[in-house]
Design a protein around this ligand. Sequence first.
Ligand SMILES: C[S@@+](CC[C@H](N)C(=O)[O-])C[C@H]1O[C@@H](n2cnc3c(N)ncnc32)[C@H](O)[C@@H]1O
Length: 266
Amino acid sequence: MPDAAYTLRSQATELRRLRLQAEVWEPAGRSLLETLSAPGGAQAVDVGCGSMGWLALLDEWVGASGRAIGADVDDAMLAAAGALVEQRELRRVDLVNDDLFATRLPAGEFDLVHARFQLCPLGRHEEQIAIYRRLVKPGGTIVLEDPDHSTWTFDPHAPATEQLVDLVVAAFAAAGGDFDAGLRGAPLLASVGIEPKVRRTVLALPPEHPYLRLPLEFAQSLRPRLVELESEAHVDALIAEAEAELASPRRVGRTFTLVQSYGAAA
Ligand SMILES: C[S@@+](CC[C@H](N)C(=O)[O-])C[C@H]1O[C@@H](n2cnc3c(N)ncnc32)[C@H](O)[C@@H]1O
């Protein structure tokens, strides 16, 4: 990986997690896109698209004569995205291997630049927004989607799972990321001259919804980081207790807040 701070590798759990996550947040994305009109022949890019990202949404949004690019630096992610493109027959999507920080994408060409969960793992906020600003064409829109973890809770209270959430947030910070990057989206857009709008979405998860297990999936992907912060025995105990808490058929949860910060470039 070109970025030392990037903590989430393309392991099978991570590919699965990203696919589920994209499905969970698809309605929020669709609802935002319904407010943004696409010009004829629209060009869109999903930066760091992962294994699904907004590819299906952008395939629809760009319209019959438009194109959507899914860009990612990780070939395993692109292979999973390619399988999705084929399976869902996303005919307007092209996938490219591109390192955001040395991007070969054309400047000033995109009507829509979308970047979800990019600020939070990479944490290079000023560089990232400057690159997105270069990619978008005058009048085009930048959409940033990142979390704010303050709403991420369980009912009944799940103390071990909530401690695991705190540990995951700390692991992002220790690796140079910023889990609560959703709070930075609007000021970052303003810093490049874009008047920001903000939408916030929190989902209520019913018992046994697979996205309730997100803290456990992060714990698996980030395990090497977690054991730098806490003893292995403590991490293992938390994971075992969280497994038991989340297996309860009575436990519901709320997601982190998905913060969508967006605005049009002059
Ligand atoms: C947390 S995932 C989010 C994936 C997708 N945006 C989504 O919301 O489902 C972050 C993605 O950014 C990609 N990535 C990390 N560093 C990158 C870089 N320098 N340039 C392009 N993509 C990068 C990773 O390979 C991964 O697919």
